[in-house]
Ligand binder design. Structure first.
Ligand SMILES: CC(=O)N[C@@H](CCC[C@H](N)C(=O)O)C(=O)O
Length: 374
């Protein structure tokens, strides 16, 4: 079996949540230490890594970033190399992202180019976010790339296809946690209580009116409540309830407006249901905005490659803290087709592994083109 596919399968078996990626970091380090070391400088940062591949005559540094964390999902693929970590899964393709990054890195260890390369193995993309704190590190300040690239697997596109656009690519995100506290009591005596299950249901419905009635229909936003908890048992009226969700918008201004409306609606729930509410916005990610000139150049480069299917796609409401890196450093992110019926964050996600080799070829060719001086 191709060694990158073996790496992907090994990593697939050990998914770890944000800032707990100890085994993942150790696995990557072990792999890096198995290579010739003369061109490598490796620095650990929390559970992540910075890896510099020194060029032969460097005038600039080209960055390549992969995320490394998994999700709190119980895998249902039935694969022989399924997750061995209970209730954790690489269901967003970060196992693919890592093996592709290692494939590209390995190529340049053996086939150095003029410029330096900085590979960033970033923890906690799914939350609470590793990109922003990594940008603040002294390693990053010292090795700041002149340009930076990343990819994300896309189940809906053909294997190895590249889907991309210049400008806005992924949304602004904010997590959303709302705690409600009322008065519990006997299930048969609702008049003596303030039922937080009823309040939570009303709140979920009212939150959707923000999308329907406060956001310009020609703009876009999403509020998803992914989890509701509340109450204790079937015949006790719930004293507390908690909603957990996420907000997506196409501009930071729209995010501020949506939050303002959430706060107004939650205040209304407090009054209407005579309860107390607390809102916590958790972690927030800045939009992914692809550098126009570099993205156009990348697309022109791919158009010359008969093996690549290039798709000019629309922006998506997904979020990515790589957006913080693109705010500081010119570069882009693109979708890599992995043609599989189940979507991202699904327990049955099973991307086609042929995409790994295709992506390594695309990125080594492009980085060679960018990093060799004419
Ligand atoms: C590509 C992808 O799926 N990214 C995640 C990022 C999550 C950010 C944060 N935890 C949130 O939920 O707002 C996504 O869900 O889009």
């Amino acid at each position: 079996m191709n060694s990158l596919i073996q790496i992907r399968r090994d990593l697939h078996q050990i998914p770890e949540l944000g800032f707990q990626e100890y085994k993942t970091q150790a696995y990557i380090l072990n792999y890096l230490h198995s290579m010739p070391q003369d061109r490598l400088t490796i620095k650990k940062w929390k559970t992540g890594l910075f890896v510099k591949v020194h060029g032969m005559n460097p005038k600039k540094t080209i960055g390549y970033r992969t995320d490394i964390d998994g999700l709190p999902i119980t895998e249902e693929t039935g694969l022989s190399f399924s997750s061995t970590h209970e209730a954790k899964m690489h269901a967003c393709g970060h196992d693919f992202h890592m093996s592709i990054a290692l494939g590209v890195l390995t190529h340049f260890v053996h086939n150095p180019i003029d410029d330096d390369l900085l590979f960033i193995f970033q923890p906690a993309e799914e939350g609470p976010g590793g990109a922003e704190p990594m940008l603040q590190t002294k390693e990053m300040q010292e090795w700041m790339p002149d340009m930076i690239f990343a990819l994300h697997i896309a189940p809906e596109y053909p294997v190895g296809a590249v889907a991309v656009k210049e400008g806005l690519f992924f949304a602004n995100t904010s997590e959303l946690f709302i705690d409600l506290k009322g008065k519990g009591g006997h299930a048969a005596m609702p008049h003596q209580t303030n039922d937080m299950v009823i309040a939570a249901c009303a709140l979920v419905s009212q939150l959707q009116t923000i999308i329907a009635r406060n956001v310009n229909p020609l703009d876009s936003a999403v509020i998803t409540i992914g989890k509701i908890t509340g109450g204790t048992v079937q015949n006790i009226i719930a004293e507390t309830a908690r909603l957990e969700g996420t907000i997506r918008t196409l501009t930071p201004e729209s995010m501020a407006k949506v939050k303002h409306r959430i706060e107004a609606i939650v205040a209304g729930i407090e009054t209407g249901f005579e309860c107390e509410a607390n809102i916590d916005y958790g972690s927030m990610y800045y939009q992914v905005y692809n550098h126009e000139e570099l993205t156009r150049e990348f697309m022109s480069f791919l158009k010359e490659d008969p093996e690549v299917k290039l798709i000019e796609c629309r922006e998506a409401m997904t979020g990515e803290d790589f957006g913080y890196m693109l705010k500081e450093i010119p570069g882009f992110m693109f979708w890599l087709g992995v043609n599989t019926p189940y979507g991202l964050h699904h327990a049955k996600l099973n991307p086609n592994e042929d995409a790994i080799g295709a992506a390594v070829r695309i990125m080594t060719n492009y980085i060679t083109f960018k990093g060799n001086h004419k």
